[in-house]
Design a protein around this ligand. Structure first.
Ligand code: PEP
Ligand code: MG
Length: 751
């Protein structure tokens, strides 16, 4: 094969790289070589300096005195435009471009045409490589490609520090200094450990091909392998390849046939890069474009292509996908851009301490699973993946939503202290585990836990919960890739009851819709999903689904007690219709040989305010009430529970909410109907105190909250609190929190 054009350029580049010369001499030779190869009168390298400057580091053709003297602001002139936008500019009439700016010291006025390409790495611009000609000239695609390839090699020189003797270059995030970022907390708790990247970056060691022809073959083979491996994954009957993961894989499979992408890869190899360097080059372009992309749809697509390129790099370098799983440190803090729930469940839980995501939302499935596993999760930390190196020391603080990477000694010490205190508290809670939850004045409080996955069940024993006050059955439907089979559901519910070993379990029927979507059901687009077609509204419109679930519950109970309830009931009529379906299923069961439950109690969630205004009718037909304070507060205050801007707008410890809760608890108690509260508020000690003051005697919460709440109530005189609170209900303050806190302090209640 003849060594021409781009190939010759790279061959000569390699010779320059191998020479034992100073960095400046190397850059000078590179610009000289490019100018000669591209028949350009000028070739210049600009590199980024701190403060948003671009400095001329080497030039062929411009005034040499301008080297290390000429500086441009990012965005200034054509060079600045290329840097700012991270994309090449190919101009046959440069002075006509709106960004053109004339710099006398470089003596560049007679030059008409210009091609500038960004020197980028991981989506960050490190500089600009530019060529210029006196005449009007249009640079061909092959020339643009060749320049991009050289720019990639320059980027490698910058980040590897081999230009260090030319002064500090702003090489983007330095991965050797402490870094701290804030995001949103999706699961509380503090974790300290070592960083593991869910999708490790693959370092490309060799950029320039020894034998370009064989690199082309390697690339083609890698594309075939990639397609085959995706096909194999999609065909496998693997439980891990569930709905979301499958969607992603299918998208990848589609992109693996994307002609534009494949063409770009082949062009990059054609310039003389190794196959893996070609993938990285194309990926660099992608990342630079991602950094500027605001359309979330396009961004998703680019992320997918970026992930696909990563997969391909692993193929080419022989680094398998699972290496991270095998070498998992004992205290792993996992970093990912985003992740599906099944992928998280795939990691060894005994080694996983924390999870950090660039994206995510509190209601995302991975967040639900992280909470079930009690793994601190901090999400929405922009750019965190670029900051972290595998093996870095990390503190993931799910309480404050901060992530510290390579924290300074004093930060680490402060956290060690914090963790030690937590451990002490935890030990104190464990010591109280067997102690009955009784207030100072002898009120017995039932502490139950919320659950939704098999992974939650061990917490029953550890937390000392008296049972499961809320079993969110939709989680199982959400994390599996297809509609669970009846038999699977019977087994799952049976396992829950087995684990509960006689302790009560309240199963809540499917609360789907809104943001709780099933991967295998096309989501319905709604203006207000939280107030939309969700929960009982869906299951009453699709009674077969509800009956299917009830059938599984009845069969699983087999001679044991069964408690079940419905979510989002807004009116008594809905409750009676749902209850009638249970009756029909019971009648159906009676016709089979299956053993019926010993006793069945059918109750309702109370989380839609309207239902409270039918209390007498409701109380006459329900076996129990469970107040869902999350939704109740959302609807009472007309304040979206998922909107971070409204997160602290209204306080549940305020007169409207407490008065409303009082109405419910007084009503239920006067009729002797058991009432529980199972929203987040039940798990916070001060809020739980107020709930006891209101009259609640049964609270259901996340397992980790049981210790702190029990500690609180063991030091509480509920009678004195009720008397104190009776003065509060009529107040007009925004919040009653401070009064309640003061009560706790004065009475030495441990909140
Ligand atoms: C609630 O709304 O308070 C509740 C417990 O249900 P969920 O959080 O599942 O909507
Ligand atoms: Mg709810």
């Amino acid at each position: 094969m003849p060594t021409t054009g781009p190939l010759l350029l790279l061959k000569k580049m390699r010779e320059i790289m191998e020479q034992r010369i100073t960095s400046q001499a190397r850059l000078d030779k590179i610009v000289h070589l490019i100018a000669a190869n591209m028949v350009a009168e000028v070739c210049s390298i600009y590199l980024a300096k701190a403060g948003g400057w671009l400095e001329l580091f080497a030039t062929e053709g411009l005034n040499k005195a301008a080297v290390h003297a000429t500086r441009l602001k990012m965005g200034e002139g054509i060079v600045g435009d290329v840097a700012l936008n991270g994309r090449p500019l190919n101009l046959s009439d440069a002075p006509a471009h709106p960004s053109f700016s004339y710099r006398a010291e470089t003596g560049e006025d007679p030059y008409q045409s210009m091609l500038g390409v960004p020197i980028t790495r991981s989506g960050r611009t490190l500089g600009v490589l530019a060529v210029q000609n006196r005449t009007h000239r249009h640079y061909g695609d092959e020339e643009v490609e060749a320049l991009l390839t050289v720019a990639m090699i320059l980027a490698e020189m910058v980040v590897s520090g081999s230009l260090g003797d030319l002064g500090e270059i702003d090489a983007g995030p330095r991965r050797d200094r402490p870094w701290r970022g804030s995001g949103a907390s999706f699961c509380e708790g503090i974790a300290m450990g070592r960083a593991v990247l869910h999708e490790p970056r693959v370092k490309v060691e060799k950029l320039i091909a020894d034998d370009p022809a064989s690199e082309r073959l390697r690339l083609d083979q890698a594309i075939v392998d990639l397609r085959n491996s995706l096909d194999a994954l999609l065909a496998a009957e693997d439980h891990v390849i569930t709905g979301e993961t499958r969607d992603v894989l299918e998208t990848y499979r589609m992109f693996a046939d994307d002609r534009g992408w494949l063409l770009k890869l082949r062009e990059a190899v054609f310039t003389g890069l190794t196959a893996e360097a070609a993938v990285e080059r194309v990926q660099n372009d992608m990342r630079a474009r991602m950094a500027r992309q605001t359309d979330s749809h396009m961004l998703d697509r680019m992320h997918d292509l970026d992930d696909l390129a990563n997969r391909m790099l692993r193929h080419l370098t022989g680094k398998s996908d699972t290496s991270a799983h095998e070498l998992l440190p004992a205290d792993t803090i996992l970093f990912a851009r985003t992740m599906g729930p099944a992928e998280l469940l795939d990691y060894d839980r005994t080694k996983l301490r924390g999870l950090v995501l660039e994206e995510g939302s509190p209601t995302s499935h991975v967040a639900i699973v992280a909470r079930a596993l009690d793994i601190p999760l901090i999400g929405r930390i922009e750019g965190v993946i670029d900051q972290v190196e595998p093996g870095d020391w990390v503190i993931a603080d799910g309480d404050s939503a901060d992530v510290h990477i390579r924290p300074a000694h004093d930060v680490r010490e402060a956290y060690r202290h914090k963790l030690a205190l937590r451990a002490q508290r935890q030990a104190a809670f464990s010591a109280q585990r067997a102690q009955p939850a009784v207030t100072i004045d002898g009120e017995r409080i039932k502490l139950m836990m919320n659950a939704g996955l098999i992974a939650d069940l061990p917490h029953l024993e550890e937390s000392g919960a008296e049972g499961i006050g809320l079993f969110r059955t939709e989680l199982q439907f959400m994390i599996s890739g297809e509609m669970p089979r009846l038999q699977n559901l019977v087994e799952l519910y049976g396992a829950v009851l087995d684990n509960a070993a006689g302790r009560p379990v309240v199963f809540r029927t499917l609360d789907l819709g809104g943001d709780k979507v099933l991967p295998y059901v096309r989501p319905v687009s709604e203006e207000n999903p939280a107030m939309g077609w969700r929960a009982i509204r869906v299951t009453l419109d699709r009674p077969a689904l509800l009956r299917y679930q009830i059938r599984a519950l009845l069969r699983a109970a087999k001679g044991r007690d069964l408690d079940l309830m419905f979510p989002m009931v807004a009116e008594v009529a809905e409750f009676s219709t749902a209850k009638a379906l249970v009756q029909r299923e019971l009648e159906r069961l009676a016709k089979t040989k299956d053993q019926p439950p010993r006793k069945i109690r059918v109750g309702t969630m109370l989380e839609v305010p309207a239902l409270a205004f039918q209390l007498p009718a409701l109380l006459s037909m329900t076996d129990f009430i469970s107040v869902g304070s999350n939704d109740l507060a959302q609807f009472l205050f007309a304040s979206d529970r998922g909107n971070p801007r409204l997160g602290n707008r209204y306080d549940v410890l305020s007169a409207p909410m407490l008065n409303f809760l009082k109405l419910i608890v007084d009503g239920a108690r006067s009729r002797g109907v058991p009432v529980t509260i199972c929203g987040e508020m039940a798990g916070r000690p001060l809020e739980a105190m107020a709930l006891i003051g209101l009259g609640f005697r049964s609270l259901s919460m996340a397992p980790a909250s049981i210790g702190p709440v029990k500690q609180m109530l063991l030091s509480l005189n509920s009678g004195r609190l009720s008397t104190f609170m009776s003065e509060l209900y009529g107040r007009s303050d925004h919040s009653l929190r401070e009064y309640l806190k003061q009560f706790a302090i004065n009475e030495s209640v441990q909140i």
